[in-house]
Design a protein around this ligand. Structure first.
Ligand code: SF4
Length: 495
């Protein structure tokens, strides 16, 4: 039996999918191409209407299909059924789904499974196949908890590590508090173990994930664990061994056992290895002084921050329940950038929603003015769409679709200019990038500011291409020779 997984939404959903892959492999159900799979899984995101519409369209197109063989043949049940049967593909729906979207899609799918309850999936799927097809799925290992499932990382050098889930902020437009529930922070020790393991395996990039990482808070018994020969161990405080990879662990953690996000970052940063560390996503109201200081104190932390602005109008921010003003946001960016002097630089990206209910031309102009002032490196611009059940869905969606597109395009033009200006400052610099892929004689990678880079490869000899291919997943020194708004061009620096 085989499955195919289709994922929509943010990195959290992609990270969930890496654990879904592990669950299916554990049941000995193998991944397959979409048109060859017995089970289709949609990991949906209700945050944007577009994803829901796309899944709706795909589900309408999936009709009863002829299977190549009945699943029982591949399960080794002894009943080989070489005769082709007319059988429905089994469709599973999961993800960050609003109740209204579940209602809309439920008749088109066979199972709706709660991602928070991933540990129970093997039993549910086993019962489903036995009840409906008399198929036995056996010999799978039970999981203790969601986080005890070792994800099947889709990249051998970049790993997304969920550190918390859910959100208590209830921004009026957002589906997350209804789909993911209340904030839950993963125990720090579990996160440290996972990161340490990945560093030992040679991972080059660790990205901590959560809807609002900077409100992370967990508890850990004091003293924190230390790394001894690549393993986490506990030592008593005050001894000369009370070091976390060279940093006094006692200095990182206070005596009370609360681990907030800056402490977690410092503990992770103390894990030895050649890797970059970053995090997604932060709420401006939770960007503490202590966290801002981490950009200078943590050697692995990338000079990159994604800080959603959403709107430059105080009236709209209030209606969005964002709990900060435009001025506070600007001051915050100023404070963060002040930590980067003498040729050092932090790239800042953001999210902006255009056409929120009641957004007037004046409100929109305030957003445009703020974008010009802040000069973002990147911005993810979205047209507002009401999410059923949220507070904003009760407001009149009174900005026309054409006007939303116009506003989005206008902001995109501002972004194009500021991103280009920022990228041009990097021309001539020699920097390290993480090489990610090679295609058509070009290598592609990212800087530690999350900027895409394209490098023309030397194709003169077969040997040189071979040598360059080895660099995938490694840090490579390049010189930036050209800048565009959406990326950079570089050349390899000869050793
Ligand atoms: S902070 Fe706001 S936008 Fe972000 S997940 Fe929570 S409710 Fe949604």
């Amino acid at each position: 039996m085989t499955y195919h997984l289709i994922t929509f939404g943010c990195q959290m959903n992609y990270s969930d999918s890496e654990r879904i892959d592990s669950v299916f492999e554990n049941m000995n159900i193998k991944s397959a191409e979409k048109n060859k799979a017995d089970i289709l899984i949609f990991n949906l995101c209700s945050v944007r209407q577009r994803a829901v519409d796309k899944v709706w369209g795909m589900l309408k197109n999936i009709k009863t299909q002829k299977h190549r063989k009945h699943p029982s043949a591949s399960l080794g049940t002894g009943k080989s059924t070489e005769n082709t049967k007319i059988k429905k593909i089994i469709i599973i729906l999961t993800g960050c789904i609003l109740p209204a979207d579940k209602d809309k899609l439920k008749d088109k799918v066979d199972l709706i499974l709660d991602i928070k309850n991933l540990v129970s999936w093997p039993n549910i799927i086993r019962d489903y196949f036995f009840t409906n097809y008399k198929l036995r799925i056996t010999n799978y290992e039970p999981f203790k908890s969601y986080f005890s499932i070792t994800p099947k990382h889709s990249s051998p050098f970049t790993a997304y590590i969920p550190i918390m889930t859910g959100c208590d902020n209830f921004c009026s437009y957002c589906a997350v508090p209804y789909t993911r529930g209340k904030e839950y922070s993963r125990p720090a020790e579990e996160i440290l173990k996972e990161v340490n393991k990945l560093c030992v395996q040679g991972y080059r990039e660790i990205i901590l994930l959560g809807q609002n990482v900077n409100s992370y808070q967990s508890f850990m018994s004091f003293p924190p664990p230390i790394v001894v020969e690549g393993r986490l161990q506990r030592e008593s405080p005050g001894t000369s061994n009370c070091l976390f990879a060279g940093i006094p662990a006692c200095a990182v953690m206070t005596k009370d056992d609360v681990v907030n996000f800056p402490i977690l970052l410092k503990l992770i940063d103390s894990i030895p290895g050649n890797y970059w560390l970053s995090f997604l996503t932060s709420h401006p109201k939770d960007m503490s002084e202590e966290l801002i200081n981490c950009f200078k104190e943590c050697k692995h932390l990338m000079p990159y921050l994604h800080l959603p602005l959403q709107s430059g109008s105080d009236k709209t921010l209030k209606a969005m329940n964002r709990k900060y003003t435009a001025e506070q946001y600007v001051k915050l960016i100023h404070k963060i950038r002040k930590r980067f002097v003498n040729n050092s630089y932090i790239a800042i990206s953001t999210d902006i929603i255009v056409g929120f209910p009641g957004e007037t031309k004046k409100d929109f102009e305030a957003t445009a003015a703020l974008m010009k002032k802040i000069k973002f490196d990147m911005a993810y611009l979205a047209e507002y769409s009401p999410r059923p059940g949220t507070a904003a869905a009760k407001l009149k969606d009174n900005v026309s679709s054409a006007e939303k597109i116009k506003r989005k395009n206008y902001l995109n033009e501002i972004l194009k200019k500021t991103a280009l200006e920022n990228n041009q400052k990097l021309v001539g610099q020699t920097i390290s990038i993480l090489a990610e892929s090679i295609k058509d004689n070009f290598a592609f990678g990212r800087t530690n500011m999350m900027k895409n880079v394209r490098i023309k490869l030397d194709t003169k000899s077969t040997e040189s291409i071979k040598t360059q291919k080895i660099l995938i997943g490694q840090f490579v020194k390049i010189k930036i020779i050209k800048a565009g708004p959406w990326g950079l061009e570089g050349e390899m620096v000869k050793k």
